[in-house]
Design a protein around this ligand. Structure first.
Ligand SMILES: Nc1ncnc2c1ncn2[C@@H]1O[C@H](COP(=O)(O)OP(=O)(O)O)[C@@H](O)[C@H]1O
Ligand SMILES: Cc1cn([C@H]2C[C@H](O)[C@@H](COP(=O)(O)O)O2)c(=O)[nH]c1=O
Length: 179
C-alpha cells in the first residue's frame, strides 16, 4: 500500500486517453475510502470510474459488442476478459500477514509486464516491502487507508509485529483481570 500503484495507473490512463484510446476505468465497489465513483490516490489525484461488485459485471455494463470493439481498438487479439484486464491492472499482492493476497498472483504469468512498486517505510524512510496493520482486526480483507495500515521496511515490520503482539497480550490480560 502507498507504493504508487494508483498514481501509476492514473498516469497510464491519462497517456492512453491522450493517444486517442478509449479507456474504461473500473474498481471494486467495496473500496469506498475516498469516493464512490472515482479512483483516488492516497494524496488526492482522482479520475471517474465505474465501481463494480465483481469483474463479470463489466461485460454486462459495457455490452458485449462494445467490449469487442474496445478490445480491437486496443489492437489486442483477446478472447477473455481476464486476458483483457491484464493490459493495465493494479494489484495489492500481499496482505498484512505477509501472505499472497487471494488469487491475484495468478494473473502475473499472463501479464505483458509487471512492475513492482514500493512505498517508503514510515519509521525510517527506507524502501517499504510490507504493510503493517495497526488495528486489532484479523480478517484478510479490511478496507482502509492510513487509519489502519502503514508501509514499513523488513526491520520495522518485525519490530512492529512484536509491539502489536505485546500490546494485544497486555490488553488481553487486563481484560481478563477485570472480568
Ligand atoms: N509511506 C509512504 N510512502 C510512499 N508514499 C506515501 C507514503 N505515505 C503516503 N504516501 C503518498 O501516497 C502516494 C501514493 O498513493 P497511491 O498511488 O494511491 O498508492 P497505492 O495505490 O499503491 O496505495 C504517494 O505519492 C505519497 O504522496
Ligand atoms: C495489506 C492489506 C490491505 N487490504 C486492503 C486495504 C485497502 O483497502 C486495499 C489496498 O489498497 P491500496 O490502494 O493499495 O492502498 O486493500 C486488506 O484488505 N488486507 C490487507 O492485509
Amino acid at each position: 500500500m502507498f507504493a504508487g500503484k494508483t498514481t501509476t495507473l492514473l498516469r497510464r490512463i491519462q497517456a492512453e486517453s491522450n493517444n486517442g484510446r478509449i479507456v474504461a476505468v473500473i474498481k471494486s465497489s467495496k473500496d469506498t475510502r475516498y469516493g464512490l465513483d472515482s479512483i483516488v490516490t492516497h494524496d488526492g489525484m482522482k479520475l471517474p470510474c465505474w465501481a463494480l461488485a465483481n469483474l463479470s459485471l463489466f461485460r454486462q455494463k459495457i455490452g458485449t459488442d462494445a467490449m469487442i470493439s474496445l478490445m480491437s481498438s486496443a489492437s489486442m487479439k483477446l478472447n477473455s476478459l481476464k486476458t483483457f484486464m491484464t493490459s493495465a491492472v493494479r494489484l495489492l499482492i500481499m496482505m498484512a500477514k505477509q501472505r499472497r493476497f487471494g488469487s491475484v498472483l495468478d494473473i502475473i504469468p499472463i501479464a505483458n509486464s509487471v512492475m513492482k512498486l514500493m512505498a517508503r517505510c514510515e519509521v525510517c524512510g527506507k524502501q517499504a516491502q510490507f504493510t503493517l496493520r495497526k488495528t486489532d482486526e484479523r480478517e484478510t480483507e479490511l478496507i482502509g487507508g492510513a487509519d489502519v495500515y502503514m508501509p514499513v521496511c523488513r526491520q520495522h515490520y518485525v519490530s512492529g509485529q512484536v509491539v502489536i503482539e505485546t500490546a494485544r497480550s497486555v490488553l488481553g490480560s487486563q481484560k481478563l483481570a477485570y472480568t
